[in-house]
Design a protein around this ligand. Structure first.
Ligand SMILES: Cc1ncc(COP(=O)(O)O)c(C=O)c1O
Length: 391
């Protein structure tokens, strides 16, 4: 079956599955190793002369099904699955860079990625420059002869900045630089960066792809050639996804379109509610016309997702009071699941950086990140209202 002409939901339900013996769901191959009937067969698989499975750290049929499905959804030639988003990101970067190379990255990245770039990679003589990737002039100025990778997130977390993907890809191609986009907050339902010329797409599948706050996983999508190289690194570093987690991810993906429709609707409705509320100073949501890059977001994206950030009129204590008084929304630091989660970036994702760094990134004491779930929007709004009334 070719998937290009099918709709997103059809791809999500059927894409990548190779079912046998009347089974409707892909089975969980919960085995760490595979047996052979002959040495010749073993040699053929180990030397990659024939397709087959040898050892689950290398590859596994349930893991392979999830990789094929996500490749169909992202429109990439292939994909590789990892035990976490961080395993996906670090294995990708270690595949792409060597001693003496230079990386240009967004300064608004997820904390774990930033730590890897700023603290681990420099130990291997890899130089990093952090810029505001929403401003392509800064990217252009940072590029050097030894730049191998440009790395960004879309939308960024928690202030939801957008990168112009076509222009970023064109700029990088001119200098033979590989572009890597962490598209966790967008998901392939809302955005497919590869269509804009981006080389590699990474996801924390722990978020929307898994979608139920019950699985930790990572995904990388790219060309067949790159994924082959990446899998060689994965084999050594060992961050392959476990078959049980792969199966949960596979199940979560089947409802991705349905969930994203609701996340998008909740995002829009709650951003609009917050923008009008007298106790709210500022709302960050790319779907709002007041977002500085709304036109670019509209051009690139099908929907704007379920993350809405906002500043409360008040101080740190009042913001603590607000998140603690929420009854339906849970005080928890993730996103993309069925449950609505609220956090203050100052006490979670950006807790370990200095106040000066926070100020640079627009992370104030009054900032709240709401990762909307798929509950009824009226109930989420009622919860926000009652908590705002108390401050
Ligand atoms: C945008 C983004 N990328 C990567 C990660 C890391 O993913 P994981 O927690 O699955 O390792 C996160 C985690 O919050 C994230 O928000």
């Amino acid at each position: 079956m070719t998937w290009e002409k099918t709709g997103f939901s059809t791809k999500a339900v059927h894409g990548g599955e190779k079912l046998e013996k009347g089974s409707v769901a892909t089975p969980i191959y919960e085995t760490s190793v595979f047996a052979f009937t002959s040495t010749k067969e073993l040699i053929n698989v180990i030397s990659e002369k024939t397709e087959g499975y040898l050892y689950t750290r290398f590859d596994n049929p349930t893991v392979r099904a999830v990789e094929r499905k996500i490749a169909v959804l992202e429109g990439s030639e292939d994909a590789a699955a990892f035990s976490s988003g961080m395993a996906a990101i670090t294995t990708t970067l270690l595949t792409l860079v060597s001693k003496g190379d230079h990386v240009v990255a967004s300064r608004d990245l997820y904390g774990g990625t930033l730590t890897f770039l700023q603290e681990l990679l420099p130990r291997f003589d890899i130089e990093i420059n952090l810029v505001d990737t929403a401003n392509l002039n800064q990217v252009k100025e940072a590029i050097k002869k030894n730049t191998r990778v440009v790395y960004a997130e879309i939308p960024t977390n928690p202030t939801l900045k957008i990168v112009d993907l076509s222009r970023l890809a064109a700029l990088a191609k001119k200098h033979s630089i590989t572009t890597v986009i962490d598209s966790t907050l967008a998901t392939p339902y809302n955005l497919t960066p590869i269509k804009f010329g981006i080389d590699v797409v990474v996801h924390s599948a722990t978020k929307y792809l898994g979608g139920h706050n019950d699985v930790t996983a990572g995904i990388v999508c790219g060309s067949r050639e790159f994924i082959q190289k990446l899998k060689k690194t994965r084999k050594i570093l060992g961050g392959t996804l476990d078959p049980m987690a792969a199966w949960l991810l596979l199940r979560g993906l089947k409802t991705l379109a349905l969930r994203m429709e609701r996340h998008n609707r909740n995002g829009m409705q709650i951003a609009q509610f917050l923008e009008k509320h007298p106790k709210i100073a500022k709302v960050y949501y790319p779907g709002l016309p007041s977002h500085p890059q709304h036109r670019l977001a509209k051009k690139q994206m099908r929907g704007y997702g379920g993350v809405v950030s906002f500043e409360i009129k008040g101080d740190f204590e009042k913001t603590v009071q607000f998140v603690e008084n929420l009854k339906l929304c849970l005080l928890a630091a993730s996103l993309g699941g069925t449950e609505t989660l609220a956090t203050q970036p100052t006490t979670s994702s950006h807790y370990f950086i200095t106040p000066e760094q926070r100020q640079k990134l627009g992370i104030t004491d009054q900032l709240v990140r709401l990762a909307l779930g798929i509950e009824d929007p009226e109930d989420i709004i009622a919860d926000l209202k009652q908590s705002l009334e108390k401050i």
